[in-house]
Design a protein around this ligand. Structure first.
Ligand SMILES: [Zn+2]
Length: 485
């Protein structure tokens, strides 16, 4: 089958276990009817813009280059980190990095090279909206952002959409008004007017409401019902389409969510531990820190004593999870007691020297939904969060539907967000050479079940035992989770 066009619907942050008949009736019925990948993973760090780029390229963070939701690059901003939620920061980075911010071909570029089209409609941040179709302007293709014409292209399409459907609704919690508006733009403008080969629709909920109200809050229930109702409209339109047999739908989330436990102020803790640390990209201290559920440390003094002291100290902290550094070995990092960060798909030179996660647990969190973790963010206590290696952060939604796919199929194979672009290209008869992800052959009507394996890799830094669990299908690697033992 080489003429199937795809719609990719992204439910930001959606936990697969929250797709229940009560909370998400349309999506629950849909996933039962088509192909579902319960072992799907996002890429690490389990953050939004890292995974927006992974969706758009079929590659892990080290390959595509957005190595964190915030990351240091002194050549771009010496005194702070790149805020990937802000398109202006991404454009600044894009202008400075040789070859651009995104280091591999994107879905939009691959389609355009084949004379095909991608259209994106986003209610996410200006950064995530840009990342799913970052060359739309240069390629003369379509991107609509709820944040206005500056972030959308082409200008005349924005004007036409505003004339027909009105201006975007104001921000709200939950974000249902904006999600409804974006769904209308997809169904009543993009599909009938542009008729793209591939369309991406990005719902900013439930992530937004999870973060600020908690994953078990009444507002989150409303957010889930809101995105589900919008998806119900999409299914209705799909089922009525005369060429439905040549239209596939992918449902994806970009990561999962867990509940915030205590906050660890990493910069303060490290300073109290006797280290010289700042949060600038190019600062005077020994260590440059980017805090988060996945924290990144640059060692500005190149001596083994410093790296040894940092790892030994981290290993003594009850809040520390798994530890990663660079190195020539396939599994161990060069700093004794650390895993190789390449296991995380973070081999890039843009990655900091040392990456570590914060401790987590699987006890009930907000609303009784399992999973919680320490954090270093400004989000509310008991708010939702993500970014680390909790299996519930790494486990994302992935569904595929359409005539090309099996019905009522639950895949036993590891899979991931990086497999969407290769599979979308395959459905159009196009090559996915160079992607880290793979074609989801096990779900295709005419496809085969691939061989797969899962390995748990243990490591000890002094008395601190930690692990990372990796799955493989062929040469494609997925990170299932990791943390302290
Ligand atoms: Zn997200």
């Amino acid at each position: 089958m080489t003429d199937t066009r795809s719609l990719i619907v992204v439910f930001d942050g959606l936990r697969p276990d929250m797709v229940t008949p009560a909370l998400m009736p349309h999506l629950h019925a849909f996933q039962s009817a088509y192909s579902r990948f319960p072992k799907s993973r996002c890429v690490f760090p389990s953050e939004t813009r890292v995974n927006a780029a992974a969706l758009a390229t079929g590659c892990t963070a080290g390959r595509h280059g957005v190595v964190g939701n915030q990351f240091h690059a002194a050549a771009v901003f010496p005194d702070r980190w790149i805020r990937t939620s802000e398109r202006e920061d991404l454009l600044a980075a894009d202008a400075v990095f040789t070859g651009g911010l995104i280091q591999v071909p994107s879905l939009g570029e691959r389609l355009a090279a084949a004379g095909r089209t991608l259209a994106a409609v986003s209610t996410g941040s200006t950064g995530s909206g840009w990342l799913v179709h970052h060359r739309a302007e240069a390629l003369g293709q379509f991107r609509w952002s709820v944040h206005g014409p500056l972030h959308s292209t082409p200008a005349d399409a924005w004007a036409e959409i505003e004339r027909r459907f009105g201006p975007p609704p104001a921000t709200a919690t939950p974000q249902t008004p904006r999600i409804d508006h974006a769904t209308t733009i997809l169904l009543d403008y993009v599909l009938p007017t542009l008729d793209p080969d591939v369309a991406i629709l990005w719902f900013t909920d439930p992530d937004y409401t999870y973060h600020y109200r908690g994953i078990g809050s009444p507002e989150t229930v409303a957010a889930l019902l809101g995105v589900d109702a919008a998806f119900g409209r999409i299914i209705d339109a799909w089922q009525r389409a005369p060429d439905r047999d040549r239209r596939a739908i992918f449902v994806v989330s970009d990561h999962g969510h867990i509940t915030n436990r205590d906050r660890i102020d990493l910069a303060t803790a490290m300073t109290s531990g006797g280290f010289s640390v700042d949060t600038q990209a190019d600062g005077p201290a020994d260590l440059g820190l980017v805090p988060g559920s996945a924290a990144a440390l640059t060692l500005r003094r190149r001596d083994n004593g410093l790296s040894r002291a940092v790892v030994d100290w981290l290993a003594e902290q009850p809040w520390c999870g798994a530890l990663f550094s660079d190195g020539p070995d396939a599994t161990a990092g060069a700093i004794a007691g650390t895993h190789n960060r390449g296991l995380l798909g973070l081999g890039s030179g843009r990655t900091a020297d040392l990456v570590f996660t914060l401790a987590h647990d699987d006890a009930p969190g907000d609303g009784g939904w399992a999973g919680g973790g320490l954090h270093d963010s400004n989000l509310p206590p008991a708010g939702g969060n993500h970014g680390g290696l909790h299996p519930r952060e790494m486990n994302n939604m992935l569904l595929a539907a359409g005539a090309a796919f099996r019905t009522g199929f639950v895949s036993p194979c590891p899979a991931g967000i990086i497999d969407v672009t290769p599979t979308v290209l395959h459905l159009l008869g196009l090559s996915a050479t160079g992607c880290d992800g793979r074609v989801l052959s096990e779900a295709l009507i005419d496809g085969d079940m691939p061989v797969h394996e899962t390995r748990r890799l243990a490591m000890a830094a002094g008395r601190h035992a930690h692990h990372v669990t990796i799955s493989r299908v062929g040469t494609t690697q997925y990170v299932d989770g990791g943390g302290r033992d």
